[in-house]
Design a protein around this ligand. Sequence first.
Ligand code: ZN
Length: 138
Amino acid sequence: MKSYRKELWFNTPNRRDYLNITRQVQDALNESKIQEGMILVNAMHITASVFINDDESGLHNDFEVWLEKLAPEKPYNQYHHNGYEDNADAHLKRQIMGREVCVAITEGKLDLGPWEQIFYGEFDGKRRKRVLIKIIGE
Ligand code: ZN
């Protein structure tokens, strides 16, 4: 069995952002030369997510509105976590949007459904953060 590891680094200009990373994940898969197996993609930070959904800007706006209803960023003092930090909302948003995705690899390609795309969800950006890609297979 082969394995391959790669980190993707991000530094979003906004506190919250959604980046389609499907191409970068496929690039890592190509580098690995693995044809059949599994690929794990996870945020390495507790205020960011990796998830699969549609690449449609209206939906991304809906995520923003929905997450702000569930866990509004402000006022900062509504959260126990916010003493020295101001990112309690980002921890909560990450929790509901998920830490990682796992995708099947078939014939050297991500075996995704027709509208499935892989996203990095940033909830406390404006600093360098990373995603781990781990691939195992043959
Ligand atoms: Zn925190």
